[in-house]
Design a protein around this ligand. Sequence first.
Ligand code: DGL
Length: 270
Amino acid sequence: MELSSTQPIGIFDSGVGGLTVALAVKNLLPEEKIIYFGDTAHLPYGDKSSEIVRQYSLQIADFLLEKNCKVILIACNTASAAAYEAVRKHVGNKAIVLNVIDPASEYVANNKKFKKIGVIGTKGTILSNSYTIKIKEQSEDKEVVSLATPLLVPMIEEGFVYDDISNAIIKNYLSDDTLKNIDSLILACTHYPIIKNQIRKFYGFKTNIIDSSEVVARKLQSILLQKELLNKNNVPEHEFYVSDYTEFFKTIAEMFFDDEIILNKVDITK
Ligand code: DGL
């Protein structure tokens, strides 16, 4: 199927977290229209089974195809781990499907300065072992260690950032022996870029912190460029959809996009 540069970019996540990816895309590709879907009715994905996350992801992919997206970007790490292959097969040539795990894995695997890489994420992402597998496939000699840090998502959702509570939780997780002597840390969860500077501070600004939202935005840019699908001279009006309406989502989205947004609730199970 022939894709066109004027088609929008679909981005989905379990909730607000993927807005970090949407923002990175907006900053790098300001002329692209974004259609964002947050599956707020099913949040969080991080401790759900991969079967159910796959089922939700396929329904969302269909919704984004109906919206005529040229790209479906799985912004959620948990969904990237559980559902990328299934979504890619399902979508076929109707859109380009991207996940957040491949670009970050490729980035660290091909960078000689990273030798011992830490990965933090939800239970779903860490149990899938996806980052370790993908990094080692490309660079066998890298040491990859990973740790599930499930308290960080609810902590951020509840607004505990840059305070004593979040500092204590971050310190507790990052002091775990598993992460000893790492030279780089992949933030393998949509929410973690929000506390990136706190994490940097914990390491005394010495460890490389890899924010997958920025890496995936750069990957998207290079794919669109290569396929001649970059949208130019466009002033986009982004669209936001959720499976359950919450004021919290609207507030955060407006904060991220620095603009008023219209938030639409849709039932994608029909
Ligand atoms: N979006 C999820 C991820 O990146 C975090 C939130 C959740 O558990 O749904 O893994």
